[in-house]
Design a protein around this ligand. Sequence first.
Ligand code: ADP
Ligand code: GLC
Length: 511
Amino acid sequence: MKIAFATSEAYPFAKTGGLADVSSALPAALARRGHDVRIIMPRYYAVDRERYGLRVVGGPLGVPLGGGEKWAAILESRHIPEVPVYFIEHEFYFGRDGLYDDGYSAYADNAERFIFFCRGVMQALKDIGFAPDIIHCNDWQTGLIPVYHKTLYRDDPFFNRGSTVMTVHNAGYQGVFPAENYRLTQLDPGLFTDNGLEFFNQMNFLKGGVLFADAVTTVSRKYADELSTPEFGYDLADVFQKVKGRFRGITNGVDYSSWNPETDPFIPARYSRKTTDGKRACREALQQTMGIDVDPAAVLAGTISRVTYQKGMDVLADALRPLLADENLQFVLLGQGDERILDRFGELKRLFPGRVGLFRGYDERLSHLIEAGLDIYLMPSRYEPCGLNQMYSMRYGTIPVVRATGGLDDTVIEWDDKSLRGNGFKFAELTEKALYEKIRYVIRCYHDTQSWKVLQRNAMEFSYSWSDASVEYERMYEVILLASRTRGESRAPGNDHSRGSRGKKRVKSNA
Ligand code: ADP
Ligand code: GLC
C-alpha cells in the first residue's frame, strides 16, 4: 500500500509530545511490513537543513488559500532510513521557533497556518507524484485533509482510489477558530453547519476530520470509549457517537529501538532485566544531574511532562508537599508548560532542599536518563489518550503510578503483592488525598525489596511494540480501502451529497 502520513510533528525533526514519537515509529513499522510510506509535515525553523540532509524535491508549490494562492517549497529528508519525509516549507507560516506557540501563547494565525498545511499536503502529494492509497491524518492540524479529500479533490483521479484515516491523539485540542477563517479553506459554505465543520458558531478542524474520514481511530481502547462521553469528548461526544461504526481504539506501541536500557545511548550505564545493576549508576547520575542528594535510601520519584491541565501536575504538586514532609522521598520533574504550576514545583524545591529537582524546558537526553534513573514514574493525568512514558518506564524497570484513565488504564496492571502479578499501580480519583495515599502505599511496597524485584521484572517484561500495533493499522487500511473501492465502483457520477447545499465547486489549481 502507498501510505501518506500527515502530521504536524515527528521525532527527531520536531517534537512537543507523544505525537512526534508515534509519527516516526508507526510509519517506520509500516514500511518494515513492506508498505511505501511517506511522512509529510511542516518545515519549522528548527528542522535543520544540514543535520537532516534536506533537499528540494518539488515546487514551487501553489497552495490555494482564501481568494489567492500561496507558494511553498517541498523538501525531503532521508534521515529515517525506511521512510522519506517531506517538509512543506513556507517561511512566513513555519519559519518560527515554536510549532504552535511562542512559548507563552498560541500563534494568532494558527488557523491560517494549518489550513495552508492541510491544503498544502494535498497539493504536495500531487506535485511529487505520490498517489496514496491511504492518507493517514493525525490530530486537528491535519483535520481538513479528509474534508478536502471528500470534496474539492473528490473527482480528482489522482486521489479518488484512496481513503483517509483520522487518528485522534488528543481531543482536548480540536483546532477551534473564529468562523471568519473558514473562507480561507475554499470549502463550500454549505459545509459550515452543525453536520459539518461548524461548532458553536466557530470552525472546528478535528470535527471536520472525524466526520469526513473513512475511518477514525484513537490511541487506546479505553479512550475510544471515553470519547463518547461528555467528560472526555469535549463537546464532540455526539460526533464520536455518530461515527462509532467506523471508529476504534488502537493502542500506541513503543519504539524499543529508541527506548531500551540495553542499547540507550543517552544513559551512562546499560542494563537489562537479567542484570539491572546499571540502573544504580543511572540513578546516581540522575541525582547528580538534577542537583539533588545522592541518597541511596530515598525513594526517587519523578515525571517528564507537558505541564498542562491534562497531566494533573497541579494536583501532584499539592500531594507532594505532605509526602516530602512524611517520607524519605525525592522528586524530579522535567517539563515545560504552565509557568504557575511549574512555580509550585519551584517552591517545593526551596522547601525541601536537596530533595526536589526541577528542569524547566525540553531535553530529549535528560528524558532518557530520567526513565532509567527513577524508582517510580508518576502520571496522574486527568485524561490520557494513550500515554507513552508509562510504557517506556516499564522497560527501564521504573514502576509507573498512574491514574486509571485512557491508555494508562489499558496498559498498567495493578500490582498484587499476594499473587505477585501486575506491572504498576493505578488510582481512580484525582485528588490530593488519593494521590498521597497511593504514593505512600507504593513506597511501602518499594521497601519490600524482594517482591519489588518481581514487580520490576514484570514491568520490564511488558512488551508492546509498533510491530504489533502496526498490524492493526494495516488491517484497518485494507478494510476501508476495499469498502471505499467497492462503493466507488457502484457510485453514480454526479450523485454527490458531500459538497454541501451549494453543490459543485471547482478549484482551478487542482483541475
Ligand atoms: P503527550 O503526548 O500527551 O505529551 P505522551 O506520554 O504520549 O504524552 O508522550 C510524551 C512524549 O514527550 C514522551 O516521549 C516524553 O518523554 C516527551 N516529553 C514530554 N515533555 C518533555 C520534555 N520537557 N523534555 C523532553 N521530552 C519530553
Ligand atoms: C497525545 C496524548 C497522549 C498520546 C500521544 C500519542 O499527545 O496526550 O496520551 O500518547 O498523543 O498518541
